[in-house]
Design a protein around this ligand. Structure first.
Ligand SMILES: NC(=O)C1=CN([C@@H]2O[C@H](COP(=O)(O)OP(=O)(O)OC[C@H]3O[C@@H](n4cnc5c(N)ncnc54)[C@H](OP(=O)(O)O)[C@@H]3O)[C@@H](O)[C@H]2O)C=CC1
Ligand SMILES: O=C(O)CCC(=O)C(=O)O
Ligand SMILES: [Mg+2]
Length: 731
């Protein structure tokens, strides 16, 4: 077997992938002399498509299945992975990636939206495994520890970012269903020794017909197993009522996670689309269905399908004009919240609204208050309470606010984010049951056509590990709370684990329902104190964007550590995503505002972990120098900014590498490394003006990347490494 690479750096999508092309050669030039090899593995959407459909490709087009390899590696103590954000593709994104690859000569099949034959069903199933959040749950074999490094927090306090004003009269609200949602219908149980073993999910129709929705499930003792459903009828009634009850001047917005919740949320999104354009669909429903339109793909797909048909285009325009104004993704281009399911992703979109003082962009290109529809009540209360708090107290004072960090239960596909294979859109009225091997029915729900039924699990070992991590972080931080609602079925099962563990550890940490925990955390941070949120998987996701975006202006600067259950380490580069808007700017004017601070933080942690795990003193020297360089990038204001001519990602990498080389040359722990890096530090300093000029030479002009999901490596290299002088130093 090949030797496990010392460190793995991931090949991803969009902005972080562009950044990688500039940064990785530098990282290798530092790690190499210390004898540490840094290899890449491709987890991009395009890479995963090509690996999955190898049988459609020529020999020389085939690539290895890196995600499968990494999925095994993260279960070993040797794992040391620097994981950059990747696109969790919605169907429109997946379709676009397929089209691009086909245009490049890869004979992969189309995505069969409505599979008719067995062959098409198989192809769809293969694509569905690539769709949505198909990477993170596979790699996250440990719980999540996300926090801002002290230097990052201190920098934000000293250099506060812009924040919109919150006023008491703001009309921004959160709207959620009054019942019959995932929250209200949840049932949960912890598997006993007698119940452990095989299980299946069975649907029995009102006519007595039986269908096994999922067979071959296996529950271990101690696993918390939930089942719940969201009523389609209640959802549609809710959407209709919310559209009908809009106040003048307020925008209508929908906030879902149609990427990570890849089965349930695209369907919920589709209901919003079809209710919003119900007048149009009443008239033209059959016609657009025949054209292949599925509301789950969004208004953008509808527009593409009816393009050139003046009657349909006019009727759609009229139908939209008759409804309240929508929250826009891009008002210049007429792209609404309902155009693409993955354009408005709740974890980033709600904090953006809250940071802006409750504002979104309207179709007129002006800011306005917005009604934020978050149908399910499990977590919407967090945003509702945050909005209440800022309406009462005014915007956050970034200069004095404490740091809110998170410990999230995430390992082994915990909770809702692991429910993809066990979520179903119900085809007819009937009953769904989880049946154990003994015949015992664990959970049962009466359901109707269109309801979304799902089961999620959380295993015992990850739960116990999460509680201990929560206790450790609380001891290091001060204030903390477990965000668990004793009145919610799943949370009540978790509390049965938490309470005895806290007692045994002799520590008191409050257990608060999400609304109370939100207020407690906001009050604590506004009093200038740090606070840990100890949460499940969804709140891990939501809160590690919400608080950092308020405190730091972006979640991209977070330390995001995944202590893998079997002893390895994974270091995520921040808590944000792939910033597609940044790529648009590069294509338009060759300026990349992506901040690699998350990469710098992860890199430092990765070296430090390597030093400890392998007893490697050189890695410790590299790690300490990375930390010093990161601090200097912040102190000297070398991070990227938004406009052409200002520092961008490439010039920030120059500064980072220079400070790193200077720190390596100046340290006294390893004379050999100091001697090696002294000439590099000198060359970087002496050539400063030339390098910065070369990096800026092409800015302001369009850039050609030769593709989007599968760009041309030579063209990307030319764009991201335009300085011959810098390249000569790093090879
Ligand atoms: N860990 C992962 O793999 C994750 C992947 N994703 C994926 O990312 C994609 C986009 O998601 P989205 O919801 O738009 O969220 P993003 O976090 O990617 O982007 C939202 C905005 O945050 C700001 N931002 C994010 N990262 C940086 C950075 N490094 N430097 C500077 N600004 C940054 C940008 O603001 P501005 O435009 O103002 O500069 C950006 O437009 C989706 O495909 C999603 O699936 C999302 C989250 C995590
Ligand atoms: O995996 C995904 O789709 C997104 C992950 C994410 O948003 C997060 O972990 O914060
Ligand atoms: Mg997130």
């Amino acid at each position: 077997m090949a030797k496990t690479p010392d460190i793995i750096y991931t090949i991803v999508d969009e902005a972080p992938e562009l950044a990688r092309v500039s940064l990785l050669p530098m990282i290798r030039a530092f790690a190499g002399p210390a004898g540490i090899n840094v290899e890449t593995r491709d987890i991009s959407v395009a890479g995963r498509i090509l690996a999955t459909f190898a049988d459609y490709l020529t020999e020389d087009q085939r690539i290895s299945d890196d995600l499968a390899e990494l999925g095994e590696l993260v279960k070993t103590p040797e794992a040391n992975v620097i994981k950059l954000p990747n696109v969790s593709a919605s169907v429109p994104q997946l379709t676009a990636a397929i089209k691009e690859l086909q245009s490049q000569g890869y004979a992969i099949p189309d995505y069969p939206a409505e599979p008719a034959t067995d062959e098409e069903k198989k192809i769809q199933a293969r694509y569905d495994a690539i769709k949505g959040s198909a990477v993170n749950p596979v790699l996250r074999e440990g719980n999540s520890d996300r926090r801002a490094a002290k230097a990052v927090k201190a920098f934000a306090q000293k250099n506060p970012h812009s924040m919109g004003e919150w006023v008491k009269t703001s009309k921004t609200t959160v709207a959620s269903m009054s019942g019959d949602d995932f929250f209200a219908n949840e049932k949960s149980a912890t598997i006993t020794a007698a119940q452990a073993g095989a299980a299946k999910i069975v649907f029995t129709g009102a006519d007595g017909s039986e269908k096994v929705l999922k067979d071959g499930l296996k529950y271990e003792e101690g696993t918390v197993v939930d089942a719940t459903f969201l009523s389609a009828k209640a959802l549609r009634a809710f959407i209709k009522a919310e559209v009908a009850s809009m106040e003048p001047g307020v925008l209508f917005s929908v906030h879902l996670k149609a990427t990570m919740m890849k089965v349930s949320d695209p369907i919920i999104f589709g209901h919003f689309v079809s209710v919003y354009i119900e007048d149009f669909l009443a008239k033209h429903g059959e016609t657009v269905k025949a054209l292949g339109f599925n509301p789950n793909a969004g208004l953008g797909d509808l527009e593409a399908k009816i393009k050139g048909n003046a009657d349909l285009e006019a009727d759609l325009k009229a139908a939209l004009a008759a409804k309240p104004p929508m929250y826009m993704v891009n008002s210049d281009k007429g792209i609404t919240n309902l155009h693409v399911p993955s354009d408005v992703i709740i974890d980033a979109s709600m904090p953006a609204v809250i940071r802006a003082g409750g504002k979104g962009w309207g179709p007129d290109g002006k800011e306005a208050d917005t009604k934020c529809c978050i149908p399910d009540n499990c977590y919407s209360v967090v945003y509702d309470e945050t909005i209440n708090y800022f309406k009462e107290n005014g915007k956050l004072d970034v200069t004095t606010a404490g740091a809110v960090s998170n410990v999230g239960l995430m390992a082994q596909k915990a909770e809702e984010y692991g429910s993809h294979p066990t979520t179903f859109e119900i085809a007819a009225p009937g009953t769904v049951r989880i049946v154990l091997a003994s015949g015992e029915v664990l959970h049962e729900h009466a359901v109707d056509t269109g309801d979304i039924w799902r089961s999620a699990t959380a295993k015992k070992a990850p739960i116990l590990d999460w509680i201990q991590l929560g206790i450790a972080r609380t001891k290091a931080t001060g204030a903390a709370a477990f965000w668990l609602d004793a009145n919610r079925a799943h949370d009540a099962e978790l509390i049965k684990y938490v309470e005895p563990a806290l007692k045994e550890a002799g520590i008191e940490i409050p257990i608060l329902a999400p609304r109370e925990a939100t207020r407690f955390t906001l009050e604590t941070m506004c009093a200038g104190k740090d606070c840990v949120t100890i949460t499940g998987n969804v709140l891990r996701d939501y809160l590690t964007d919400l608080f950092p975006i308020l405190e730091l202006g972006t979640s991209a600067k977070m330390l995001s550590i995944v202590k893998l259950m079997n002893g390895g380490g994974m270091f995520e580069t921040g808590a944000g995503g792939t910033a597609p808007k940044h790529v648009q700017q590069v294509v338009g004017e060759n300026h990349l505002r992506w901040d690699s601070l998350g990469e710098f933080c992860a890199l430092g942690e990765s070296f430090n972990f390597f030093a400890e795990a392998r007893g490697n003193a050189k890695a410790a020297v590299l790690g300490a120098a990375v930390d010093a360089a990161t601090q200097k990038v912040l102190d000297n204001g070398d991070s990227p900014q938004g406009r052409v001519g200002q520092n961008d990602n490439r010039s920030s990498h120059y500064w980072f590498a220079r400070y790193w080389a200077e720190a390596m040359a100046a340290q006294g722990d390893d004379a050999e490394l100091a001697a090696h890096f002294a000439p590099m530090a000198k060359a970087l300093a002496e050539n400063e003006a030339t390098i910065l000029a070369e990096l800026k030479a092409e800015e302001g002009k369009p850039a050609d990347l030769g593709g989007y999901y599968h760009a041309d490596p030579a063209k990307v290299e030319a764009v991201m490494r335009p300085s011959a002088t810098l390249n000569a130093i790093f090879g």
